[in-house]
Design a protein around this ligand. Structure first.
Ligand code: ADP
Ligand code: NA
Length: 324
């Protein structure tokens, strides 16, 4: 049996990259006939505490991301959909896994090295968060975890911890495998296509999912293109043009090879139209969801209840195996 797990971190305002790379592929996995518990999706609000955060904003960001996820097609009737902080088993198992992990291997995580180098004060949770991420996955006996390249080392660690725990204390966990989503696109920053579009970076080349459509159009029309005038897919030689082709391809579910353009201007116009055609209905659905905040909170409460039920036997088995 396969169970897919994916959590989304409310660490900033979600972008077109998050939609095309994570939310939409997750929604597309919810095919007819699957059991609700085949897909465990959630808002990883605890992971937003690993770097300086604004406590007044955290709850808003978490609810906004939850609303956007639902608006993007993550139907809470067809998956287990919840907020991580509402399910105490995550932090409880995380501690057992911190007691399974080694200080040295946590220090060697590339993300830790990169992120800690950029900060004056490093929160201890930035070091230990891969253990929490492992708990997120192992609690549900998830088999398949869609990850971007930047998270594959953490997924590898989750596998290692599962296997190490199983060897030391008995077979409790399913070692998860990383899946590279077929439909996920890697979207680059429109103003600087040498780096990925990110909600953690403030850039005029970031499209936020709630940007007004005229702002979206302006950002696409001002996207950095490359020298020459030929539209060809060449991420190294023509990163700006290639990025627009990737975005247009993902928004219209058309292979890049099937896209043919004779000018940058026409490519930009069609890309802007395609992004807006995707975002406008999403924003309409989001407006309806946001207007019923109590309804969204209820959905998340019910999801947390299902998540607790699903997680309980594994947490109990882990505690018993480790000697508690
Ligand atoms: P961000 O860099 O925006 O903070 P995260 O690192 O929190 O994003 O990643 C959240 C999810 O969104 C991951 O599944 C990641 O692969 C996906 N994602 C983030 N940025 C992009 C992007 N530019 N293109 C495609 N997918 C992305
Ligand atoms: Na990030």
């Amino acid at each position: 049996m396969a169970r897919v797990l994916s959590l989304f971190t409310p660490s900033g305002r979600p972008t077109l990259g998050n939609l095309l790379g994570a939310l939409r592929p997750s929604a597309q996995r919810l095919t007819a006939g699957a059991a609700r518990t085949d897909h465990v999706y959630g808002i990883a609000d605890l992971h937003a505490l690993t770097t300086p955060h604004d406590p007044a904003l955290l709850n808003e960001r978490a609810l906004e991301l939850a609303g956007l996820a639902v608006a993007a097609g993550i139907d809470p009737e067809r998956c287990v959909f919840f907020r991580q902080s509402a399910v105490a088993a995550h932090t409880e198992l995380s501690y057992l896994l911190e007691s399974t992990a080694h200080y040295g291997e946590m220090q060697r995580m590339i993300q830790f090295k990169e992120k800690s180098a950029r900060q004056e004060v490093v929160r201890l949770s930035l070091l230990t968060y891969p253990a929490l991420m492992a708990a997120d996955i192992l609690l549900y006996q998830a088999t398949d975890v869609p990850v971007g390249a930047d998270q594959s080392q953490h997924l590898e660690l989750a596998r290692d911890l599962a296997e190490r725990f199983n060897r030391a204390y008995g077979p409790v966990f399913t070692p998860p495998r990383a899946v590279v989503p077929k439909t996920a696109a890697r979207v680059m920053d429109l103003a600087d296509p040498s780096r990925k579009m990110s909600k953690s970076v403030d850039s005029p080349g970031t499209i936020h999912l709630l940007d007004p459509v005229d702002v979206v159009r302006r950002k696409v029309m001002r996207a950095v293109t490359d020298s020459g005038s030929e539209v060809t897919y060449d991420p190294v030689g023509k990163p700006g043009v290639s990025n627009l082709l990737v975005i247009l391809s993902a928004c219209t579910d058309t292979p890049v090879e099937a896209l043919s353009y004779s000018s940058y201007g026409a490519l930009k116009r069609d890309t802007a139209d395609a992004v807006i055609a995707l975002l406008e209905p999403l924003q309409d659905r989001y407006a309806g969801i946001a207007a019923d905040r109590a309804g969204l909170e209820k959905v998340l409460r019910e999801g947390a209840e299902q998540a607790r039920t699903l997680a309980a036997p594994t947490l109990a088995a882990a505690k018993s195996a480790i000697g508690l």
